[in-house]
Design a protein around this ligand. Structure first.
Ligand SMILES: *Cc1c(COP(=O)(O)O)cnc(C)c1O
Ligand SMILES: [Zn+2]
Length: 484
């Protein structure tokens, strides 16, 4: 049987002042922007996209990007990613694939600030749920699709806890460029809203028996064998797109740098991208110093927290002690420990971008913490009550910020931005189990994970279909008298 492969990838015909470079300082192999590797062919380490800033035009002030608000008719200026294109300058304009991603909101959230323990005005929520597929993943997808187009790829694949596959499916279906989506999901491990998107948008959906880490290992093998273009965050181009979340946060704060940026950590693509964005902004003199970064794991998938917090793994100028990582993974295997959390988007024990995240933590004086499923679901309810709904993984950022305030790491008076990575409707099962009256459902979805009470539940009131009963119930529960 012969394997079907894509047509050979042609190097990008366009001269570029960007290239790819191995993350390892002892290897530092470089590759043309038009090559497709996903990992360093020489040593297996991650790859970075590097820009030769001396040869590229970069605005002298970040505020100069605001000029593009008046030329929104141009799709590149409309995109919340590509209107910052000088800061991710790897693609010729006519290759860019955009569907209008990045129209996001930075909202001051005083009610949530109170819950977190911050002063009024101290907390803003960066709401990435407003992206076309409902999560921040679109920021990365637009950049990776652009690179896929530059190298003439047609079949694109990912393993996913859900949102990457949803984004992949949306970009394939929304563009008419001949892309075909292949997605790998672990069985029973994907929230319904996300699975619904993959199916509805027509992606070839392969459900394997196993979890995300298993699916991730398989998709890399399949990408190698079939020459399919890989869209996971091991793809360095995705991280280029995700850098723009930082630019939009700064824009939302009138270009002032907050004290903290708090982000949930799964595969650690976002935290890695944030670090790279901030390293470059400081290098370019566009900001003076970076904010501090806090990366929040779920307690049931706390590889980063364990390695950095307990086993003092650190960047060490690009030479972290990876033996500590191997040792920890060995322990997980021996103990048959699998990632387990209600926050399925961060239910990951072997984060692909671990090393790049260490770089980000090093540059931003970062800290790592983790939040239990109880803390995550409670924080999620407070976020919802504060006006912006999110999925459980996003709420980990808020729960983590709260913990860090209690521990005195974040000061009450600090200015903090939490990233709400994904939309509320991604995971309705978790939300309804938390708020609902069905105890069996609660026990199955949340109780089984150690969540004991829905402290902020907004229970629906069950009432007979009788007008008087309904009016009495409204009176009882809204604090009004029925005859008033
Ligand atoms: C992917 C995802 C995360 C985790 O981000 P990483 O870059 O993998 O660390 C968190 N929240 C949501 C909603 C996601 O979709
Ligand atoms: Zn290398």
């Amino acid at each position: 049987m012969s394997l079907v492969t894509d047509s050979p990838r042609l190097p990008c015909p366009v001269a570029s002042d960007s290239f790819q470079r191995c993350l390892s300082p002892t290897c530092a192999a470089t590759f043309d922007i038009g090559e497709t590797h996903f990992r360093c062919p020489a040593c297996g380490d991650l790859l970075d996209v590097v820009h030769d800033w001396n040869r590229l035009p970069v605005p002298s002030r970040l505020a100069d990007f605001e000029k593009r608000w008046s030329t929104r008719n141009n799709p590149l200026d409309f995109s919340g990613v590509w209107r910052f294109r000088e800061l991710l300058p790897f693609a010729p304009a006519d290759r860019i694939v955009t569907i209008g991603e990045g129209q996001t909101l930075l909202q001051r959230a005083d009610k949530v600030a109170e819950y977190v323990g911050l002063n009024p005005g101290g907390l803003s929520l960066q709401y990435e749920g407003m992206n076309p597929s409902g999560s921040f993943k679109d920021n990365g997808m637009t950049a990776a699709f652009t690179h896929a187009r530059m190298v003439n790829a047609s079949r694109v694949a990912c393993a996913s806890t859900g949102n990457t596959s949803a984004a992949l499916a949306v970009y394939c279906s929304a563009t008419d460029l001949g892309f075909r989506a292949i997605i790998f999901v672990g069985s029973g491990k994907i929230a319904y809203g996300k699975l619904a998107q993959a199916l509805d948008h027509g992606a070839l959906t392969i459900q394997i028996v196993g979890d995300f880490d298993d699916a991730m290992a398989r998709v890399q093998q399949v990408a190698d064998r079939l020459g399919v273009y890989l869209m996971n965050s091991v793809n360095p181009f995705r991280l280029e797109g995700q850098k723009t979340i930082i630019y939009r946060i700064l824009e939302g704060l009138s270009w002032e740098v907050p004290d903290w940026i708090v982000v949930p950590g799964g595969n650690l693509g976002n935290s890695s991208a944030f670090g790279k964005a901030l390293i470059e902004l400081v290098h370019l003199g566009l900001i003076e110093h970076p904010p501090r970064l806090a990366v929040i794991n779920a307690a049931g998938a706390r590889t980063l927290d364990e390695l950095v917090g307990k086993r003092s793994l650190s960047w060490l100028s690009g030479l972290p002690e990876m033996s500590k990582v191997d040792h920890y993974y060995g322990e997980l295997d021996t103990g048959h420990v699998k990632a387990s959390t209600i926050a399925s988007a961060i239910e990951i024990n072997r984060p692909v971008n671990l090393k790049k995240c260490l770089r980000a933590l090093d540059f931003c004086q970062g800290v790592v913490s983790s939040a239990s499923d109880q803390e995550i679901m409670d924080a999620k309810a407070r976020v919802g009550a504060g006006g912006l709904g999110c999925e459980p993984a996003s709420a980990a950022a808020v729960a983590g910020a709260r913990r860090l305030v209690r521990e005195g790491v974040i000061a009450r008076s600090d200015r903090v931005v939490c990233i709400l990575t994904g939309h509320q409707l991604k995971d309705p099962t978790a939300t309804v189990a938390y708020h609902g009256t069905d105890q069996e459902q609660f026990d199955k979805i949340l109780g089984s994970r150690g969540v004991q009470r829905a402290g902020f539940a907004n229970r629906p009131i069950v009432v007979a279909n009788e007008l008087d009963d309904i009016i009495r119930a409204i009176a009882l529960y809204s604090g009004e008298r029925a005859d008033a």
